[in-house]
Design a protein around this ligand. Sequence first.
Ligand code: PLZ
Length: 448
Amino acid sequence: MHAPTITGGPALTQSKTPGEIVAGPISQEWAARKSKAVSAAVGTTMPVYTAAAGGGVVVDVDGNSFIDLGSGIAVTSIGNSAPAVVDAVTRQVEAFTHTCFMITPYSGYVEVAELLNRITPGDFEKRSALFNSGAEGIENAVKIARAYTGRQAVVAFDHAYHGRTNLTMALTAKNQPYKSGFGPFAPEVYRAPLSYPFRDGGLSGPDAARRAIDHIEKQVGVENLAAILIEPIQGEGGFIVPAEGFLPTLVDWARENGVVFIADEVQTGFARTGALFASEHEGIEPDLIVTAKGIAGGLPLAAVTGRAEIMDSPQPGGLGGTYGGNPIACAAALASFRTIEDEGLVARAASLGERIVERLRGIQSTDSRIGEVRGRGAMVALELVKAGTTEPDAALAKAIASYAHRNGVILLTCGTYGNIIRLLPPLVIDEALLDEGLSILADGLAKN
Ligand code: PLZ
């Protein structure tokens, strides 16, 4: 595995403010410069500045090393600076950096489109279009669905996260910090209830879908509805895996009613869940799939892939952008997918996931503050509650994350109620390193 050299720097210590970590002197200097140079609205989870990363380790500028259980929010699934990506990017940088695909096109873009059309679920003719970020991909999927159907309304779900641009803020559920003060939001966005097994009293998947469909039919009306948009496993909203049958029931209903079904696989895509795409776990074939994050080994790239007749429906010139499908990002995407195949990372995600879940369920058996351990593959979460209840405990999640940070583990939280600890290790992480990270998480639980 491609781990950087660990030099060992000044130990991270507890500050006078409980729960905070004190970074080393060089990181502190950068933090001081950040506060004068960068908008205060751009936050950071950790106060340490990165010098190198790889093989599940991030090393900071003071020489401290951290076990990476976040992959830069599910991006560096194949590891940081994966050798195949470094090679491909280097070769591409030397050949040309940018021409704009809309001016003089290049083969990498077409190859990425061919790849996506081949590997995404659904044995039908497909087309793809490339963009820069997950949010931009979602925006374009909605544009395409509206052009195809001639309808305007879009349904997103409770707890959804789709991005921070104007339309995707409207699609995102959570007010703080994503939406507050940033309105007015894009119109014709409606919200439907999700299947959330831990919190909806054991409602079956098909019943939860019928509840959502009833809501949509009464409050929106299919004749107005262009698309329903859903993350097959919700990410920022709390790693919520809907009950079995929820997604297939929604897909069937969408198909019967001429509604475009869009899967947001920005966080779940590219091997993360122990399948190339999370849609595969329930055998659904979305009309459009949006991908980003894990697609290109850390370079910014996003895609919309789907049925040819839908993707071809907007007017020529209707989709595009200066940088969409940048040649360097495309080279990285092709190399990244080769790495997923060559290193068997779909299977690795599944086996890492089993290892994590087994460990966490063991802890749960003696700790009733762990309401649920859930996820698929190497996308696993702990939902933390007040002991023996379902009342969310965000303070505990924060305390555990902070304990992990102080003890050298990059650990992320999420969830509408802020009470979820989520694990997204790089799929190439060494098992011993993963176990060490999980032990620190266990200590964090024991000590808080
Ligand atoms: N759809 C499902 O998870 C990005 C964002 C974190 P961009 N998630 C991490 C933050 O605080 O900004 C995401 C996602 C899903 C869309 C997006 C948006 O992707 O590449 O961040 O635009």
